[in-house]
Ligand binder design. Structure first.
Ligand code: GTP
Length: 649
């Protein structure tokens, strides 16, 4: 079961820890390792989906904008062309009306004056001012020219369309013929004619005027139709009277298959997009109108590509912008997904690493604890708890100093401070230190401290790895004691005796103190051994040792030098004579009966003594002299004290 902090300590770092409850223990781990969930894959899908929707939306808006602008441009072009068609119609209308007036004037003059009419002179005198007409003629009912504004010779018009039309139809309207090759001028012309009716209504001939077809397409001088514009004047009979296509004039074609011609019977005026029906294969936006009062229609067209040039240019810009935005969006999404994938990989690695850490932490044979920089325990593994006899909660209420003996706390503080100062998690040095277990016993550990730092290199906490070395320490202590003590009496042995003597002499030299050495050899010990047995002799030696210890101060050293021989170092003597007093005290103490196997045994002791510096200033000379003194006492009859030189004053 997981629960969130507060952590065991104070300060910002504690909120980043959580606790794992176990049946008997609690542990701390960094929060991120346990609670963080994998969100990478669904997030990547979401990003891809969002990116896809963004791109789709972007293109939808872009294409809608492109279509909208194209339709707007087409509508504007159609509207503009419609206005031009109206203007073109008015211009044609004015031309036709002018022709009609001239023809009516000539007809009236002809009806009044008959064949005497002289059109050539009228033009010369500018009675007829209309310069648009290349020739004006009066033709009688037989098709012969009666009068003409130009010399014509003998020409007969009976086969002409207009002549036949006027002869059969009695209408008094201007007839605009299909373009024909002029018999007089030898050039293509559009004959426009008016019927001459006799007073009885019979056919009396025609007034005919010829117009250059180019006159009907000169409108483009006043209107900008672009380089591929179209102007067309077409008769309802399907014959094109005049057409200007991309700057080139033409006429006489059959327009019946063209879209506008087919539309005009039902829709007298309108607009359309012509898909390359004309010979130049250009797509055009067309406006057409059927003329009022004349069997003609006018057509104005502009090239689709020219009208939509700006739109096409902007469409290209829109597509480039949309493409760039798409690339940026896709790139951004890809980078985002890549970063997330890397984060996911890092999180997986971290999770695996933490799993390894947890397994190591729990199953380690060593005690592991996390320690705050101020010494408080943040968490510990089972082994650590086991070693100290506390549970996890109890440990987290304590600092490492509280768990240590008072005399080692300073050393631990220094060690902690030095590790924090080094900031090096590697090559953690080890110290051997003691902890105080919950039951009060001493726990010896070999402990290594590593520092864990945050991203800024600041020490976050320390990891203590402790090995229980209590058993080793006990063995070492036993071995050390055995090396320096006599196994039977527990007194220091000769090695330790000599060491103590060296130290006492060194101190005495430094401080100018007095010191002394006593050599003691038991008298009659062999007899005890022989009579009571070796075990009784051992027991006697042990009792002797205790009595000797009772004769000296704590700072003095009583040692067994071998067999039934003992040595005593008296440190910091006030007077040399005090040594003799101790010697005699010993003789008295050992002269008292010893109780062995519920029976008393009596022995005595011979004591030789030397004083520093009176009988020697170094260890060797003092020992030699003490030994000599002891033998002097022995040879003098035993159970006595002897100085190893001149008795001290
Ligand atoms: N029981 C016992 N006897 C020991 C031990 N070490 C030495 N001895 C015996 O102590 C005796 C010492 O010999 P001595 O000093 O000649 O005996 P003594 O009877 O005191 O002779 P004097 O010194 O001349 O009075 C020897 O018999 C050793 O075997 C020991 O650890 N235990």
């Amino acid at each position: 079961m997981l629960r969130r902090g507060p952590g065991p300590g104070r300060g910002g770092w504690q909120s980043r820890w959580i606790f794992v409850d176990r049946p008997s223990r609690q542990y701390c781990f960094p929060e991120s390792s346990v609670l963080r969930k994998r969100t990478g894959i669904p997030l990547n899908l979401f990003i891809a989906l969002l990116c896809g929707l963004g791109v789709a939306g972007l293109w939808l808006v872009t294409l809608q904008r492109v279509v909208f602008e194209r339709e707007q441009s087409i509508a504007a072009a159609m509207k503009s062309n419609t206005h031009l068609a109206i203007a073109y119609e008015q211009q044609v209308f004015r031309t036709l009306k002018a022709a009609e007036q001239v023809a009516a004037f000539v007809r009236e003059q002809y009806l009044q004056k008959g064949p005497d009419i002289d059109l050539w002179r009228w033009v010369e005198r500018q009675t007829i001012r209309e310069s648009m007409f290349t020739i004006v003629s009066v033709v009688d009912e037989t098709g012969q020219i009666v009068s003409s504004s130009q010399p014509t010779g003998r020409v007969n018009y009976t086969d002409r369309e207009f002549f036949q039309a006027h002869r059969t139809a009695g209408e008094d309207v201007l007839f605009v013929s299909r373009p024909v090759l002029g018999r007089v001028s030898g050039r293509w012309q559009i004959p426009m004619s008016l019927r001459i009716s006799r007073p009885d209504g019979g056919f009396g001939g025609v007034v005919v005027m010829s117009v250059d077809p180019a006159n009907f397409t000169a409108f483009d001088r006043h209107a900008d139709l672009g380089g591929q514009g179209l102007l067309e004047l077409t008769g309802l009979d399907g014959a094109v009277r005049a057409r200007k296509l991309g700057g080139a004039d033409s006429f006489g074609m059959d327009a019946r298959s063209l879209a506008w011609f087919r539309l005009q019977p039902t829709s007298p005026e309108g607009e359309l997009i012509d898909h390359r029906s004309l010979e130049d294969g250009v797509e055009r936006i067309i406006s057409y109108r059927r003329m009022a009062g004349y069997p003609l229609m006018v057509v104005v067209g502009t090239a689709y590509a020219e009208e939509l040039a700006l739109v096409s240019q902007r469409r290209g810009s829109y597509l480039v912008m949309a493409g760039s935005a798409t690339a940026v969006l896709v790139l951004f999404a890809s980078l985002l997904m890549l970063v997330l994938a890397r984060q996911r990989t890092a999180a997986d690695a971290l999770r695996a690493s933490e799993a390894v850490f947890r397994a190591t932490f729990h199953q380690a044979a060593m005690g592991i604890a996390h320690i705050a920089p101020d010494g408080r325990i943040l968490g510990a593994n089972e082994k650590y708890c086991q070693m100290l006899g506390y549970d996890g909660d109890e440990l987290r209420e304590r600092s490492v100093f509280e768990l240590s003996d008072a005399d080692s706390q300073d050393e631990i503080r220094q060690f902690l401070a030095s590790r924090l100062a080094e900031h090096s998690p590697l090559a953690a040095p080890e110290i051997e230190k003691t902890y105080r277990r919950k039951d009060g016993s001493t726990l010896w550990v070999c402990e290594a401290l590593s520092v864990v730092t945050d991203a800024d290199g600041k020490a976050e906490f320390l990891v203590a790895v402790a090995q229980d070395i209590t058993a080793r320490k006990a063995l070492e202590a036993r071995l050390s004691h055995a090396a320096l003590h006599d196994g039977l009496t527990g007194l220091p042995n000769r090695v330790m005796f000599l060491d103590r003597l060296d130290r006492v002499l060194e101190s005495a030299r430094r401080h100018g103190d007095l010191a002394a050495v006593l050599y003691i050899d038991l008298d009659g010990f062999k007899a005890v051994n022989d009579s009571r047995g070796h075990a009784a002799g051992d027991a006697l030696l042990q009792q002797v040792a205790r009595r000797l210890e009772g004769c000296v101060r704590a700072e003095d050293t009583v040692a067994r030098l071998g067999g039934d021989e003992f040595g005593i170092v008296l440190a910091a003597l006030a007077r040399t004579q005090d040594c003799e007093a101790v010697g005699r005290k010993i003789i008295q103490a050992l002269a008292r009966p010893f109780l062995l196997d519920e029976s008393e045994v009596c022995i005595s002791a011979s004591v030789g003594a030397v004083a520093y510096p009176a009988h020697g200033e170094d260890t060797r000379s003092l020992l030699v002299n003490a030994d000599t003194a002891m033998y002097v006492a022995k040879h003098a009859g035993k159970n006595r004290f002897s100085w190893g030189g001149r008795p001290a004053a």
